[in-house]
Design a protein around this ligand. Structure first.
Ligand code: SAM
Length: 217
């Protein structure tokens, strides 16, 4: 993944973030050694940001769309209060098996449940409300994910969309491909959607935080 800030600045940010615990270091190593597209993993800076978002919001019920090898699930689990729970959706059984193995041997085995299948089907079966929703799966479905999760968002809940700057391609590409177009459309739609309030952060590959607009239930 091409960063949107200078590589040295990314490295500096990582060096000035609390280092990952041993179970995340091992998971990151295996992800890079054994899985294809390891750059999809959120990694140490975004992982800590997610942990702190869960912690600061006091989120107890978390929904994730896009587990991959489990780095973001395990990061968020570290911010949960006792009794907190994460449901994570993943379509690929092979990566879900890797995630399950690392979750099982982590301190958070009882806090994370992985559901294998198309996320839209899984979300349709889940009852809300969710305090935090992290969306990090197929980019072309992001607007569908918004519509699926918004009715299940707690009154003070937050949705975090990952990769919304897409290595800068949302501004760079004259002829955007399907995924870039989907992200451009999502970003434009969120900005003018009266139901929500959003902020786009230039962290890592771009993260957009969304909450309900005042008065929207
Ligand atoms: C960017 S990765 C997730 C990275 C993960 N959050 C992490 O920190 O390591 C996206 C994941 O979404 C999964 N995915 C893609 N389409 C999906 C769908 N329709 N339903 C559920 N998961 C899907 C992919 O198999 C992939 O593992």
């Amino acid at each position: 993944m091409n960063g949107i800030v200078r590589r040295e600045v990314e490295r500096y940010a990582e060096e000035h973030t609390t280092p990952p615990p041993p179970h995340l270091l091992e998971l990151a190593e295996e992800t890079f050694q054994s899985l294809s597209s390891p750059q999809m993993m959120t990694g140490p800076v975004e992982g800590r940001l997610l942990e702190l978002l869960v912690f600061a919001s006091g989120a107890r019920r978390v929904l994730e769309i896009g587990t991959f090898s489990g780095y973001s699930s395990l990061s968020m689990a570290a911010g949960l209060p006792a009794g907190g729970h994460i449901v994570s959706c993943e379509i690929d059984p092979e990566v879900a098996a890797v995630a399950r193995a690392y979750i099982a041997s982590s301190p958070y085995a009882d806090r994370i449940e992985i559901r294998v299948g198309p996320a839209l089907d899984t979300v349709a079966e889940l009852a809300g409300p969710f305090d935090l929703v992290f969306i990090d799966a197929d980019k072309v479905s992001y607007r569908d994910y918004l519509e699926a999760v918004l009715p299940k968002l707690a009154e003070r809940g937050v949705i975090a969309f990952d990769n919304t700057l897409w290595s800068g391609r949302v501004v760079d590409e004259a002829q955007p491909d399907e995924r870039t177009r989907a992200l451009i459309e999502l970003n434009d739609a969120l900005r003018s959607d009266q139901r929500v309030v959003c902020v786009q952060l230039t962290v890592r590959d771009g993260i957009t935080l969304v909450r309900r607009a005042p008065g929207e239930t």
